[in-house]
Write a protein that binds this ligand. Sequence first.
Ligand SMILES: Cc1cc2nc3c(=O)[nH]c(=O)nc-3n(C[C@H](O)[C@H](O)[C@H](O)COP(=O)(O)OP(=O)(O)OC[C@H]3O[C@@H](n4cnc5c(N)ncnc54)[C@H](O)[C@@H]3O)c2cc1C
Length: 366
Amino acid sequence: MIAVIGGGVMGASIAYHLALKGARQVVLLERGTMCCGETARSGGFIQTHWSSLAETRLIDFSRSLFQQWGERCGWVNSGYLHVTGPEKLESVRTVHEMLLSDGKESQWLDQRGIKKLQPLMRVDDLVGAAYEPQSGWADPVATTLLLATLASERGVELREGVTVLQIVHRSGKVIGLETDQGFLEAEKVVLAVGPWTPGLHPDPRVQLPILARRGQVCYMTRPGGLPRRELACYDEITGLYSHPDGETNLVGIDWEFDPVYHPDRCDRQLDVDYLAAALQALTHRFPSLRSSQLVRGVVGLYDFTPDGHPVVDGPLGIEGYYVAAGFSGAGFKSAPALGLGVAELVLEGRARSVDLDFLRLARFSR
Ligand SMILES: Cc1cc2nc3c(=O)[nH]c(=O)nc-3n(C[C@H](O)[C@H](O)[C@H](O)COP(=O)(O)OP(=O)(O)OC[C@H]3O[C@@H](n4cnc5c(N)ncnc54)[C@H](O)[C@@H]3O)c2cc1C
């Protein structure tokens, strides 16, 4: 039996890929209902404009799966626009060049090109933008439920309402799980419970440097009509990120991520200061949206590691024990590729289709 713990996008993707690769006797355990955790709060951005080449490859691989799943995962191929002023010009250009040299699509736009693409955007303080026509966003809940359904159709047992209390091991080997509904035998266990991961990690000799932090995002009304293009964008000057979401706009801003000492005791109220700053940034970049009003605020938990990359590794200290966590606010966009990689790691001892070597835990001891 292979037990995957955590019914978020990561656990669902791992379970689906295990089944796709022919694994039998796979169970996906979720303490609530599928996708009741942090994935449900995700903005769903999918763009390859990211700092590490290895991670952009995982995102690129994942993006092709999102494209393939299309409407079933709420995929919106809007394009992604990353605008910058003079201060961050060099770093944005560096990522743009990195993508081009790796054969990925990225276009460089000047003020006029930006305005043509997004006429609502104020451009006088911008010096350029990297534009990815193939990117966009997908619906995190639809994606997770799709993967769980596909997994179930291929024989994975989905068990909701089961809380795992402990991963049990003997003589250096996993033997099963203690749950609130009794003991479950398993030779292999994949721990994918996002910010709850350190609490279930079974080996005190191996430190998992994952810290839960609180992050926020707003959904606002869209006065002044819809943007002509449903673009996803990030603004290096104000820290604003946005994309339309149904009748609202997702409006986020770079903000302090406060540490959370227990993931079940996180303040889920949006900060008024955050809302004010997000609205100011939105108004600066999109003046016609100045009378936007808050529809709902979302406060979520990010599972951060010191270098912003997840830990995807195993067996880790104990035979049969694997971890996929620490996604640092970016796990959704790479979940399809990571699910495949973890399935290969568990079944074949090594991820062959994608590179997971850079995500090993040992990098922190180096
Ligand atoms: C506000 C916000 C916005 C984000 N925006 C983006 C974005 O735009 N793009 C992007 O790529 N990423 C984004 N992310 C990050 C991304 O959403 C996460 O990295 C990803 O969803 C993590 O998925 P997961 O499956 O690891 O965790 P989760 O979805 O949290 O799943 C873990 C599951 O484990 C379950 N669980 C916990 N303890 C137990 C237990 N003891 N027994 C059984 N089950 C248990 C929980 O109930 C939960 O359902 C965002 C995150 C947040 C919070």
